[in-house]
Design a protein around this ligand. Structure first.
Ligand SMILES: N[C@@H](CCC(=O)N[C@@H](CS)C(=O)NCC(=O)O)C(=O)O
Length: 210
């Protein structure tokens, strides 16, 4: 059975969608919106009782939480024919796990506050102070990442992996934070490298047409 991914590409569902496009995986995309009640129907709550997208349905195995979806798919569908985005040894596994957890615990809340209050919300509803605070908070974790990227093109080393998808899909929200990027130039370069990949661009096009 073809793996199903629930959730519009203009949401955190972009994360597992980016992964399946990188791997060239056959999948069925159900572009459910997050607004308007589609995630509160009894049918949807039966697959994710949290009422959130994304959800991956792998022949009845249900995975929710976007980072879990990415890590699950990378491992589940690794084959000699597909680009390897999962770990190939314990050291890579450590990198993939720690950076994927790090980005949700250390960065995602502030990155979202920046995105909403600097870019997404109508100007009269934005609170610029919240965007400024978020940018200031993010400097500490992004300096850690900047240091890590010294001498390596990707988070786990020489190879683009699922960790780069997890982290870049959150930090894409702050790519427009010019002062932050100027203070973390390796993060800036790595982010540009990740976000210029054809698979990411494909998902952005899907999001724009959603
Ligand atoms: N931690 C969850 C967050 C999921 C989430 O908040 N998804 C949003 C769309 S990006 C959603 O479904 N919102 C609908 C709602 O909260 O009712 C994840 O990473 O999957």
């Amino acid at each position: 059975m073809t793996v199903k991914i629930y959730g519009t590409a203009a949401s955190r569902a972009a994360r597992p969608l980016w992964l399946v496009h990188e791997m060239g995986l056959t999948h069925e995309h159900i572009p459910l919106p997050y607004a308007g009640g589609a995630t509160r129907t009894p049918e949807f709550l039966a697959i994710n009782p949290n009422g959130r997208i994304p959800v991956v349905d792998d022949d009845g195995v249900l995975v929710w939480e976007s980072m879990a979806c990415v890590l699950y798919l990378a491992e589940r569908f690794k084959t000699p024919d597909a680009p390897l985005l999962a770990a190939q040894n314990h050291a890579e596994q450590a990198e993939i796990l720690r950076w994927s957890f790090w980005v949700v615990t250390e960065c995602e809340k502030d990155a979202l506050a920046f995105l909403m209050h600097r870019i997404m919300m109508p100007a009269d509803r934005r609170k610029p102070q919240l965007a400024d605070d978020a940018e200031r908070h993010l400097l500490t974790p992004l300096r850690v990442l900047d240091q890590h990227l010294q001498g390596r093109p990707y988070l786990a080393g020489e190879r683009f992996t699922a960790a780069d998808i997890c982290v870049a899909s959150v930090l894409a929200w702050v790519q427009g934070a010019a002062s932050l990027m100027a203070q973390c130039p390796r993060v800036d370069e790595w982010l540009k490298r990740c976000l210029s990949r054809p698979a990411y661009r494909t998902v952005r096009l899907l999001a724009k047409s959603a």
